[in-house]
Structure formats: structure tokens, C-alpha cells
Design a protein around this ligand. Sequence first.
Ligand SMILES: NC(=O)c1ccc[n+]([C@@H]2O[C@H](COP(=O)([O-])OP(=O)(O)OC[C@H]3O[C@@H](n4cnc5c(N)ncnc54)[C@H](O)[C@@H]3O)[C@@H](O)[C@H]2O)c1
Length: 451
Amino acid sequence: MSSSEYSKLIYSKQIIRSPNNFKIYKNKDMSDSENNLTTSNSQILYDQSTTIKLSKIVVIGAGYVGLSNAILLAQAHLNTQVMLFDIDQIKINQLQQNQSPLQDSEICDYLANRQLNLQASSQTQIDGQGIYEKSDLVIIATPTNYDVASGQFDTSSVEASISAVRAQNSQVPIVIKSTIPIGFTDSMRQQFDTQILFMPEFLREGQALYDNLHPSRIIVGATESQQVLAQALMRLYQQASESKDAPTLMMPPTEAEAVKLFANSYLATRIAFFNELDSFAEKHQLNSQAIITGVGLDPRIGQHYNNPSFGYGGYCLPKDTQQLQANYAGIPANLIHAVVDANNTRKRFIARQIIDKNPSQVGIYRLSMKKDADNFRDSAVLDVIQTLKQHGMSITIYEPALVEDTFEGCQVINDLQQFKQSNDLIVANRWHTELEDVSDKVYSRDVFGYS
Ligand SMILES: NC(=O)c1ccc[n+]([C@@H]2O[C@H](COP(=O)([O-])OP(=O)(O)OC[C@H]3O[C@@H](n4cnc5c(N)ncnc54)[C@H](O)[C@@H]3O)[C@@H](O)[C@H]2O)c1
């Protein structure tokens, strides 16, 4: 019996729909004992004689994606050994002392208190050790920043990682977890070999490990010929997760890449929609919260992910929408372009509202996108600050995550009382109760955040 016939037999009860290499698996059935599957030690029996072993795992890139995946897969009950590799020596030093380089409560807890089979290493520590040679699985989670010149993601760190792995090991399966352009995995399969897969990552920063322990879905982008490996990966991720009912999908890599970019573009669209609603409400002095609540009570719309902000930002939504726009080349379409434009318009609108208040001294309360977060990569308020500066406004910043005295030419005041006293207008993307005593000075569109 061929492996694909065998897997169809195994999963025939669980397949909900199966056109063109698209399958949905129900998690609980993946460990069904009547199927005679070995489910322990991350070893997956797929026929009587062959075993796919996914025990020795290397994760490349110790950021939000790489670190959370490494911890997820290093949990003791999986009997795996995970090596986490990064070029950033400072991050590796922290990890070697079981300290998290990221603000994430689950990551901090797991590093400090849980039994993990996890080792963190930098380039110099792995040189000459042949870590890929001895591995069963390599996961790539390096950055794919948007490159303005080419209008596409810069995928060079992913490509360099694949080359480095293949220089040592021509066989080991490589899973790309970084977000990549649609069609990238296929091009890597043509350039290198067919042992390359894509698994989109859906975590939220600040809850990176939590989201991996409780995944909304597990998607493996694999070709028909990679089915057996794909199932081994599905099972590994299911065994690693705490939620036993996460929908698990297999589809071709290109479709999986599209899922990631369209999912983030939908989130960006939703944010842009409620922000544009809020611009209308603010300009007409209407109660934005009332309108959004009334709109959202339609169950098709819902009361979630609807809180206005200064614009979407962060590492993913700005770059993923722009990459999807690039993937649309030659296809008549307007929406994604309009969403990118709408977000820029929103940031300019917010800046204009601030300028029109004519403050003598503007205080920016936090640079982070989310309440109590320390990460402000591509945060929308950074663009608002640029526009305010172009209008010659005097700006100070309160951001405890900054150790510098100045940021982008603005003075940083991390004494909150002094910051409050120094400014006649305080701009807060997200409201915080510590602003209550100066609420009459605060400008925010966090309509659901006010208590
Ligand atoms: N952050 C998110 O919320 C999120 C969610 C889903 C997907 N993604 C995608 O996952 C990828 C990684 O994102 P992230 O947020 O974890 O990035 P990050 O910037 O937090 O971490 C990336 C890490 O990779 C390291 N690195 C860079 N080049 C390397 C190389 N050649 N070899 C080894 N390490 C290298 C960096 O030092 C850094 O520690 C991106 O493609 C991103 O779009 C991110």
C-alpha cells in the first residue's frame, strides 16, 4: 500500500473535504489508537516499516516566532531536543540564563519554571559542530522585512538559512515559519529540493507562546508527495499544544502562504474600517463607541477587534498587506491598496486632529501599539510623531522601554509625573488608568479602553 493510500485509510473518517490536496483533520482523531499509530516521542509510524522521526529539531531565529516555537516543541513530554540558533549574541546570552529577551509572560514562565529540552546557541558556538547534519527537522523563523525598493519582502535571511542547512544536510525537512511572498516555497523547492514546507504562523506578539499552546489552527503547506511528513508535523504540533481541538489543515504551500497574507490583510482591513468609522464620528462629534457597538451587534460583524486606534502597525500588518499588494500584480483589484491608503490617511487624520488643538507642548504616552507592551516596531504613533515634527511641534515621549534620553529627536521623559506636568496635551494610542489624574489633557481614540 502506498503511503498516501495508507494515510487516506487512517484519516478517512476525519476528512471533511478533500479537493486538490486540501484536508481538514480533527485533532482528537490524530491519536486514535484503533489506527495503530505510535503517538509518543514525536515518532510517527506511517506504515509497518518506516518511521519519520522528528526528535532533533533546530530552530533558526530566536524572535517571537522562533522562540515560541522552540519552547513549544521543547516541552519535556515530547521527548525532543531543540536547538535554538540566532545571530544575536545578546539574545542567546539571555536565553542561556533562562531569561526571555521578549516581554511575554508564558515565555518567561516556561523558561524559568518548566522542564524544557532546549539549548540556545549563537553562530560562534555552532560553527563546525554540524548541528544541521544531526537534525531531523529544521524550522526557519528569520525576518522577512518589507523592502521598499523592490516592493516585496526581503527573503534573504530565509534563503541564507536554507543554504546553510543544505550545506550540511541534503535530506532534513525544512519548515519555513517566516511569512513569505505567495509562491516562495515553490521557488525554493525548485532552487533547492522538495523537502521544504511552509507552516504559517498566527501568533500575536506579547502572547506568542500562549497562541502556540492554544493555536487557532495548525496549517501545513505541503505537496501531495509530502503528505506523510505533513501528518508527522501536524501530530507534533498537536501533541505540543494544550488545546486538543485546534482545526488542522493540510494544503499546498502556495495556498498556505496565501492564507497567511490574506488573514493579516483581513485584520488590517477590519482595523482600517473601524478607524475610518471613528474618523467620521470624531469629525461629526458623534459617539464612536455607540456606533461601533450598534454595528457590531449584528452577529455577522461581532463585538471584537473593533477598538479604534491611530492606525494598524507592528511588525506584520504593514508589511504583509504591502506584500499581498505586490502579489496582486497584473490582477485587477482595489481593496488591499485601499486598506494601505486608508491606514496612511488615518495616521495623517490623527496628526491633524492633534495639530488643530494647537498645543504648545505635546507628550506622547507610550510608543507601543498595545497596552502594557514594550515593543513598538512600526507602531502607528511613530508616523504621527513624524507628521507633528514636520509641523514644528515640540514633543516629549514617555516610554519606559526606552533607555535613551532622546528618541527621533524628541526628549524622553520617563518620570511619569514630570511628563504629565511638562505637556499640555497628552497623546495616548491606548488609555491607561495611570492617566486618570490628567484625563482632561489626554487625546486618545481608545473608545473601549476608557473605564
Ligand atoms: N512577530 C509576529 O507577530 C509574527 C507573527 C507571524 C509571523 N511572523 C513572521 O515570522 C518571521 C519572524 O518574525 P519575528 O517577529 O519572530 O522576528 P524577530 O525580529 O522578532 O526575530 C527574528 C530573529 O531572527 C534572527 N536572525 C536574523 N537573521 C538570522 C540568520 N540569518 N540566522 C539566524 N538568526 C537570524 C534575529 O537576530 C532575530 O532574533 C517574519 O517573517 C515575520 O513576518 C511574525
